[in-house]
Design a protein around this ligand. Structure first.
Ligand SMILES: O=C(O)CCC(=O)C(=O)O
Length: 260
């Protein structure tokens, strides 16, 4: 189990060198249960920024964001994750930041048999931000492995300052005016040994740098759902550039404050 307080120098070093690290048992069972309920509520009726990435007739790959702004119990569950859970402290420890602002919360659901991949991407080019102290936390709500669509991270790809053009998860199109070079063919060029992935239990989390390349396959299992909640945080006070880049859809989010 990795409580936030137990994130030792070796874990911090791996986060900084590899760009992604697994943290075990950060969330307790009741938090996981509450988030599962929240995800079901949102799945029943996605919000204005929600997306269905699967084609008609295919098993679902659904995503939504900014649940923490909802007035209902689902919103309360995500606000708890933002403000009360150990995630802020964990992100702060990894980034070397005393205070963390979570500016983005998301959920991703790949139902059994979903073939839609999560395209290889970096997160930072989607946002109106620059800087090194930007950390994502991906929290599975079901046991997950590569068969059920576990996320893979290209080791060390956050180093070197490459900036790849963001594209919509539902197709090939990049966003109009989006900056960056085209994403190389990771499947063809990056050997499995250079990809990080973990078999995870509900309550575990993957912490990853905003520039690390990551993506996922479909959920090839017949029965296992793959639900996940995710937060993205930055060091408080990190400068925003004047020019806003487009988000996946909708407006950039106002920051959520969280202690760290
Ligand atoms: O769950 C997924 O498939 C994608 C996760 C992701 O891209 C993220 O958390 O930034």
């Amino acid at each position: 189990m990795t409580t936030a307080a137990a994130i030792d120098d070796d874990i911090v070093r791996r986060y900084r060198e590899d760009g992604a690290v697994a943290l075990r048992g950060l969330l307790d069972a009741s938090t996981v249960e509450r988030l599962r309920d929240a995800v079901e509520t949102v799945l029943a009726s996605l919000g204005e920024h929600g997306n269905e990435y699967a084609r008609p007739g295919q098993a679902r790959f659904a995503q939504d964001m900014f649940m923490a702004r909802r007035p209902d119990a689902a919103g309360a569950a995500f606000r708890w994750l933002v403000f009360e859970s150990p995630l802020a402290e964990a992100a702060g420890r990894l980034m070397g930041a005393r205070e963390v602002r979570f500016f983005y919360d998301q959920m991703f659901v790949k139902e059994p048999g979903s073939v839609a991949p999560t395209p290889w991407h970096q997160d930072l080019p989607y946002w109106p931000l620059r800087g090194d102290q930007i950390c994502g936390l991906w929290c599975p709500l079901d046991p997950v492995d590569l068969d059920s669509g576990g996320v893979q991270y290209v080791r060390g790809s956050h180093l070197g300052g490459r900036w790849y053009r963001p594209r919509h998860f539902g197709g090939e199109s990049a966003y109009e005016g989006a900056l960056g070079e085209p994403m190389p063919d990771i499947d063809a060029t990056v050997p499995p040994a250079d990809r990080l992935s973990w078999t995870l239990e509900p309550g575990d989390a993957i912490a990853f740098h905003g520039l690390v390349i990551h993506g996922a396959g479909g959920n090839r299992t017949a029965q296992r759902r793959r639900r996940a909640a995710a937060l993205d945080g930055r060091r408080r006070g990190l400068r925003r550039p004047a020019r806003h880049l487009p988000l996946r859809r909708g407006r950039p989010g106002a920051g959520h404050a969280a202690g760290g």
